[in-house]
Design a protein around this ligand. Structure first.
Ligand code: NAD
Length: 353
């Protein structure tokens, strides 16, 4: 245990369990609100419309245009619907994209937020908002951004396709693993990180074998809550910086990019702080955390190369440049050539070194 630390918890009410989405109306009232604007992606619109039906008068309307990277234009349209419908709170039903839209609204008007999380990205328990304006993605933090209430109902994740479940679960693991090495790590965050990785290590193979498995779905959502909480509590480093760069500049898909990069960025950190990552190596029964994560991803059928995600090899020099400019704090100093080599290995899908 570190002998000196600061711990700041993120206050939120968490409801966890099969069937709990049915308690949404009660939770809206509990916040002292009467008219919720329901948010989703176009794909999840039928689900959110069905929820609006069951809410009756508590539903002010549905806005189903949430999209990846939270473009400001979409937020502005949603803000107009929020005021036109007389809404007094938001309900985000979905993954990180929809939750991002709810946060963007709350950031602007302090609307209370209830999230029903349906992926493993973990955004629902962080006070962080990433948004895009004129092609540039920026990140802000703030107490109004953190959702007040989160409902985790594993029944709603049974239809999450296996490929998305796997990459989203690896995205969650990335929050935990990087959190273990954070400059501001603390014993509570580290305990949650280890428990989260342990839960996902068991759950994800179970989902690949049987996507409808209620126990595996519940464990995966539990693990993602813990891992997301770590992301919300401590600072991220090289891994998140590279993924942010690749997503923001080259439009690579969010969760898949995390899945590909994780073993490589972990290998980089592990040379400096093997003792902080040894719980991860132990969970995966491997000599190193990087080797364990690489084998785990491959066994789950996750993408293992940036090439497959559509990055051109000609982009690697520039990506290395961007990923090493204004770096986040990192447990191992950022060396540009070593990052270029790491990106090369991730691009071709070689083993992490
Ligand atoms: P997503 O929200 O874009 O969801 C991916 C797709 O899966 C969407 O089409 C969605 O409608 C669909 N989907 C979601 N749940 C489903 C379900 N249960 N069944 C069937 N389909 C379902 O993807 P994501 O990976 O959850 O989120 C990525 C976004 O979240 C990125 O913009 C990323 O930057 C952001 N993010 C932010 C934070 C933060 O703390 N601010 C943390 C993690 C991710």
């Amino acid at each position: 245990m570190d002998q000196s630390f600061i711990y700041t918890g993120n206050p939120a009410r968490i409801l966890f369990g099969s069937g709990r989405a049915a308690e949404l109306g009660e939770e809206i009232r509990r916040l002292g609100r009467r008219r919720a604007l329901l948010l989703s992606t176009p794909f999840q619109k039928p689900d959110v419309e069905a929820i609006a039906q069951t809410l009756g008068n508590l539903a002010a309307g549905v806005f189903a245009e949430a999209t990846m990277h939270t473009p400001v234009e979409v937020t502005e349209r949603a803000m107009a619907v929020y005021s036109d419908t007389g809404a007094d709170c938001v309900v985000a039903f979905g993954g990180g994209s929809t939750i991002g839209l709810g946060k963007a609204i709350a950031y602007r008007n302090d609307a209370p937020q209830i999230v029903i999380a349906t992926t493993y990205a973990g955004s629902e328990v962080t006070p962080i908002l990433g948004q895009t304006e004129r092609g540039v993605k920026t990140t802000v933090r703030g107490s109004s951004i953190l959702p007040e209430t989160v409902i985790y109902d594993p029944d709603l994740t049974r239809g999450l396709p296996v490929a998305i479940s796997v990459t989203s679960g690896l995205n969650a693991i990335a929050h935990a693993v990087e959190g273990l090495c954070a400059q501001d790590r603390n014993p509570i965050a580290s305990m949650m990180a280890v428990e989260g990785v342990r839960a996902l290590k068991v759950a994800l193979p179970g989902i690949v074998t049987n996507p409808g498995d209620a126990v595996a779905r519940s464990n995966a959502l539990y693990g993602s809550w813990l891992c997301g909480s770590v992301l919300g509590m401590v600072g991220m480093a090289l891994h998140h910086k590279i993924c942010h760069t690749l997503g923001g500049t080259y439009d690579l898909p969010h969760a898949e990019t995390h899945a590909v990069m994780l073993p490589h960025t972990v290998a980089y950190a592990e040379k400096a702080v093997p003792e902080l990552l040894s719980p991860v190596a132990e969970i995966f029964g491997a000599p190193t955390a990087a080797a364990g994560l690489y084998a785990f991803s491959a066994a789950l059928g996750a993408p293992t190369s940036l090439k497959v995600l559509g990055l051109a090899s000609a982009d690697l020099d520039r990506a290395a440049e961007l990923a090493t400019t204004n770096p986040y704090w990192n447990p191992r100093p950022i060396e540009k050539q070593a990052i270029r080599d790491l990106l090369q290995r991730a691009w071709s899908g070689s083993r992490p070194e």
